[in-house]
Design a protein around this ligand. Structure first.
Ligand code: SF4
Length: 459
């Protein structure tokens, strides 16, 4: 069983001219979603294909990019594996890339191997591809996924006809369409489209299967969706702050999350602090929101090393800890200051503890930690890196259901403040968290907080 799960981004494009430059830029703008592997496939009568270990900007050579000819193609960035994956099939040559995670991968592998199917490594993208290519056409193949696969997938498939795009029936991971006069594109995040000077068209609907070709976007099927379950973590952490996810500006959501933390402090008697500061980079939007509501000055306390990788998408704990140390240095200005330190979430608690200790060592008088997400009590099954139960610090204090009790939350906050050496810790309540995301609770996946799977209908 995988202990670290993938986080990744997909991009697809149909253009009137060569597409590789735009696809290269598209996945470069999605790099924050996964930094271990990248790949591009293009089509000009045959599929041209290149994948790499490494980041987009360092991985592809000029020579390789020149060989990726054609007007349409797909690209991928990943923490976990090389994609796209190219196949010769009964329905022609295809290349497949997806973002998400299959929960029932082991059962599907077993069932398919019993029927004589072979796999190279048995990765999720292999399983998805083999389910698709057993069917007589792409729409039947992608529809079959909804029947067989439990889990999250936002998918792009390169074929002779163009780029097929699809989203699982819950819409866990984002997928959005953009265009201009000469190009039609599909992307995990709107920032790739915006930065390629395209207009946003709309989000792909949960259960929708569409074709992107010279005529634009053609919806070919719309599978029944029992409910939406957009990953709440996209707005709190995963997506870039300049993206719009399922109609909500990520920046606005983070602003609201910070503001509600400040409001809780105001409502509970206020807090005397000199500055509000973010844990870079993911805490910035939250700290700005706190600052605007509280009117306490915003001030950076860590200098971010832009040449270090994002620690969350490092594949091992050792790599994460090394990178965390390289990533931030402290500004001497903190001496004597009472600091509100904002971050998106606490998983293991070790990184925030080191930051609190570093600030105190540098002379900070008080450090009050404010966390936008409610305590994380369950591992994510749907494709976000982390988390076994053992990794979740909140799990050693609280159990299922406790998150709704304000008394338990306050007791947990006191307990964790001691663990991470902070003068105080506060989290957003579930009610405030959901309100800040400007989306109704029924449209969100909140399984890592509440433990309730969107697949269950009896809850
Ligand atoms: S369990 Fe949490 S991280 Fe995973 S998809 Fe649901 S909200 Fe997102």
């Amino acid at each position: 069983m995988k202990s670290i799960r993938e986080n990744c981004g997909v991009f697809g494009l149909y253009s009137e001219s060569d597409c590789v430059g735009d696809i290269y830029q598209g996945i470069d703008f999605l790099q924050h979603r996964g930094q271990e592997y990248c790949g591009i496939s293009t089509y000009d009568g045959v599929i041209h294909h290149e994948t790499h270990h490494g980041k987009v900007a360092n991985a592809f050579t000029e020579e390789e990019l020149k060989k990726l000819t054609g007007n349409y193609g797909i690209g991928h960035v990943s923490l976990q594996d090389r994609q796209p994956m190219r196949w010769l099939t009964q329905i022609g040559e295809i290349s497949v890339a997806f973002s998400g995670n299959i929960i029932n991968a082991a059962a599907l592998l077993k069932e398919m191997m019993r029927r004589g199917k072979s796999f190279v490594e048995g990765t999720d993208v292999e399983i998805i591809s083999k389910i698709i290519i057993e069917e007589p056409n792409m729409v039947a193949g992608i529809s079959k996924l909804a029947e067989k696969v439990r889990g999250a997938y936002s998918l792009v498939v390169l074929t002779e006809e163009g780029v097929y795009a699809a989203r699982d029936i819950f819409g866990f991971r984002p997928l959005i369409l953009g265009y201009d006069n000469t190009r039609y594109a599909v992307s995990s995040e709107s920032r790739a489209l915006q930065n390629l000077d395209m207009d946003i068209y709309r989000d792909v609907e949960p259960g929708e299967i569409l074709l992107v070709d010279r005529e634009g976007f053609k919806t070919l099927s719309k599978l029944d969706s029992p409910r939406r379950a957009h990953c709440a973590f996209e707005w709190a952490y995963t997506a870039s702050m300049d993206s719009i996810v399922d109609g909500v500006y990520v920046q606005e959501a983070r602003d609201n999350l910070g503001a509600s933390l400040a409001q809780r402090d105001i409502d509970e008697g206020g807090i005397l602090a000199d500055i509000v500061a973010p844990v870079p980079m993911s805490g910035i939007g939250h700290a700005l929101g706190y600052h605007k509501r509280s009117r306490i000055n915003y001030q950076e306390v860590f200098l971010y090393n832009r040449y270090a990788d994002r620690s969350y998408t490092q594949a091992t704990q050792v790599a994460r800890e090394k990178m965390a140390k390289r990533k931030l240095s402290i500004l001497p200005y903190v001496k004597g200051k009472r600091i509100i330190l904002c971050d998106d979430s606490i998983v293991r608690g070790t990184q925030i503890m080191h930051k609190v200790l570093d600030l105190k060592e540098a002379g900070a008088k008080e450090v009050h930690v404010r966390v936008s997400c409610p305590p994380l009590l369950y591992p994510c099954e749907f494709g976000i890196s982390t988390r076994s139960y053992d990794e979740l610090i909140a799990r050693s204090f609280m159990k299922r259901g406790d998150i709704t009790s304000m008394d338990t939350l306050r007791n947990f906050e006191k307990w964790i403040a001691g663990k991470i050496a902070a003068d105080s810790v506060k989290f957003n309540t579930m009610h405030d968290f959901v309100a800040a995301l400007l989306t109704s609770k029924e449209n969100l996946c909140l399984q890592c907080f509440e433990g309730l799977s969107p697949y269950r209908t009896d809850q």
